[in-house]
Design a protein around this ligand. Sequence first.
Ligand SMILES: [Mn+2]
Length: 433
Amino acid sequence: MLRMNYSARRSSLASQLPPKSIAIIMNPGPAHKTGDQDYDYRPHSNMLYLCGMDEPGAVAVIASAEQEIRFRLFVLPRDPERERWVGPRYGCEGARDIFGADEAFDIAELQKVLTDIVFPMDNVYFDFSQSKEISPMLFEIVESLRHRGRRASEGPRNFCDIRDILGEMRRVKDADEIEVMKRAAQVSAEGFMDVQKMLKPGVGEWQVEATLKHGFRSRGAIGESFASICAGGEHATTLHYAANRDILKDGDLILIDAGAEVDYYAGDISRTYPVNGRFSPAQKEIYALVLKAQKEAIAECIVGNHLRHPHERACAVLAEGLEKLGIISHEERETFKKELRNDYYFHGTSHYLGIDTHDVGCGYHRGDDAPAELVSGVVITVEPGLYFPSDNLNVPEKYRGIGVRIEDDVLITNEGPVVLTSSLPKEIEDIEA
Ligand SMILES: [Mn+2]
């Protein structure tokens, strides 16, 4: 199992909490699928980031910096009978020895022990997206504390959302994370290279999906970081087409958006290939335009810029190109540049990438409209596209049914953008070779 510098991350969190605060980090329980089967287990991203703890239901309690006991873990107890069936558990001993907990407890004691921990606190932080699991117990604890003493005034008064702090921490990757993300990008790229070798008319979209899955998993990935999109022909104009059940046709393009999850970090790549190996003239025009927009957007991925900058650049390039191709009028071009959305490009150009594919990190600083700047260590995607539905009669006929997206993963550094997925070709000559 991968080990990172979790204690440094916990210290950083502890120092950002006000005095007399604790943060509760929780792994979800297993999710039931059917019969006696569960879905593949995925630990919570905050838990992976702060502890690397991957066991279902585990709870971490991290205290603010002035407190003596900083890190407590609640875990499943050892159980030889159960472990014979489902494999070894860490137990309280593992929680201390492997994960470095100052104190470890049986998860069954959570409410009782947490009541004592919470008693002298002012603030309790947790991820509000998990409030269904956490808040009923917390409100019960806090209410019981109000009645514990005679003056009914004990216990914390504030529940705070930890996502503001952890979002900014996770947005900026440390050296350990950048190493893993380079591997996730490379494994993702190699999966796409496998696909390039098997693409031809008559191949099923599901076979492309299977090739990606095999390519990722056989290179050591956990699997896909999200459901692979293998969209032949007009399916490419559906943004999140993931049915992958049609046969690829001669003369069509296939838009593939997929990525490998390596040690719980996501790769995320899009490429658009001609099924028969050669772009038609109309396909080539659209592809070349999206590629130009993508390259110019990547050049905007520099320290001090903001997520909005690559998007604005991509939109400006696309708008100019669409006018040249006679797809939009001069007036429409001006609107496109102002509103940064139009009928043919209706999604953003970039998102943060990390433990989650659409990773956390505020686009704006809290409390004002000042954008969060791109700083060294931030990883984002750059993925402009153009989509022309076949039933849109405003589009010249030769372009109808074409959908193109090109996406790479970009690390921001003080020396400029580093494309982590650069080993995967995207030039027209390389794709047709
Ligand atoms: Mn993406």
